[in-house]
Design a protein around this ligand. Structure first.
Ligand SMILES: C[S@@+](CC[C@H](N)C(=O)[O-])C[C@H]1O[C@@H](n2cnc3c(N)ncnc32)[C@H](O)[C@@H]1O
Length: 359
């Protein structure tokens, strides 16, 4: 059996100790792993619809309409993101992978002594394997602590990792970043390397990024490190193509939020009456992602007892993806209790992996 509740109890924050099976999410085709190697803290609310329902109501009744990007990642959304990572236009994953392939040993050597690995928004944790392997070259065992809002992605990736690495133990958090960070800040660890890969930080505006980095800093001791993957400012055409691929996978990922509302909240969005839009706002330094109504229409959401009017061309803002230069990252670090000690880039200099040391 695999543990699912808080360990040691009671450490749940407004959460339940229900397993992924109990939340009804799919467990199909995940490998069996050895007893006691995997522990999942499920901090997702007892009523998993509550947060989604509140946020969708708020987002559709304000002007301009907007959703939070964390709602992209239901089971289908997480898989669509994996498909995005394989697209020729989506250079981010390949560039970060290239950096980690080349520098993983150097990166892990920056934290002294036996190290615990924490990852925020770990997803499939495919790139993380390179860092896990580097750490296992330097120490006998490794505790990996992934955090992800998608319980299915978290469990599937954890099981697959445990099959690959017999010297690995996993203590995972199915949780929003901030709920997990509040839990992790109460624990004592020796040395920690934290990861925030994939330019996940790009979804935050500056204030949110500062809040996130400060919360993460509280989890770390002086001398611990955060490896922060951050996508870099570049040509508008390259950026817009990355979020508007020819195959339409990013469009499906974006529109899946509407499908999710239909599935989980009893909505009647007609997905064919909405379109995906991705635009680089050069002044704000971010790619803005929208869902645009193709006509005047009314949508009802049964479980919210809500009717929403859309004008033709009206947009729902679903995501921002901020692009950085290295100076921005140094400033974020300096304001949050870190110093940017080192930065590695891919050969085309499209992406940056930044080692922020906790000071
Ligand atoms: C862009 S994907 C990146 C996945 C992986 N780190 C990578 O580099 O390929 C973002 C990941 O963060 C998770 N995520 C998004 N918002 C989150 C939140 N507020 N709290 C916890 N996890 C979140 C998603 O479920 C998803 O797995």
């Amino acid at each position: 059996m695999i543990g699912y509740h808080a360990c040691p109890p009671p450490r749940l924050l407004n959460g339940s100790n229900r397993s992924v099976e109990e939340t009804g999410e799919s467990m199909a085709q995940t490998p069996q792993v050895q007893e006691e190697k995997l522990f999942i803290h499920n901090l997702v609310k007892r009523d998993p619809l509550a947060g989604l329902a509140e946020d969708v109501r708020r987002g559709l009744t304000t002007q301009p309409k907007r959703f939070l990007p964390k709602y992209f990642y239901d089971e289908l959304g997480s898989q669509l993101f994996e498909a995005i990572c394989l697209l020729p236009e989506y250079y981010l994953t390949r560039a970060e992978n290239e950096i980690l392939q080349r520098y993983a040993d150097e990166i892990v050597s920056t934290v002294a002594g036996p190290t615990t690995l924490i990852e925020m928004g770990s997803g499939s944790a495919s790139k993380t394997r390179l860092l896990i392997e580097a750490l296992l070259r330097k120490q006998a065992e490794l505790l990996f602590m992934p955090v992800d809002i998608s319980a299915t992605a978290l469990e599937n990736s954890s099981r697959i990792l445990l099959q690959s690495y017999p010297r690995l133990n996993i203590e995972a958090y199915a949780a929003d970043y901030f709920a997990a960070l509040a839990e992790l800040a109460n624990e004592q660890r020796t040395h920690t390397l934290a990861l925030f890969l994939g330019s996940n930080i790009s979804n935050f505006d500056v204030d949110e990024a500062l809040k996130f980095l400060r919360a993460l800093r509280l989890v770390l001791n002086e001398g611990d490190a955060l490896l922060l993957g951050a996508d870099l400012k570049k040509d508008k055409a390259v950026l817009e193509a990355a979020y508007n691929d020819a195959l339409g996978v990013t469009a499906a990922f974006n529109l899946n939020v509407l499908a999710r509302i239909n599935r989980e909240l009893g909505g009647n969005f007609d997905l064919r009456a909405f379109a995906h839009r991705a635009v680089y706002n050069e002044e704000a330094g971010r790619v803005e992602i929208y869902i645009e109504s193709c006509c005047e229409q009314t949508v009802s959401i049964r479980k919210l007892d809500l009717q929403v009017q859309f004008g033709e061309g009206e947009q729902i803002h679903t995501e921002n993806s901020y692009k950085y230069d290295l100076e921005d990252i140094g400033k974020l670090a300096a304001q949050t209790g870190f110093t940017r000690a080192q930065t590695w880039q891919d050969q085309k200099q499209q992406f940056s992996s930044n080692l922020l040391l906790a000071v």
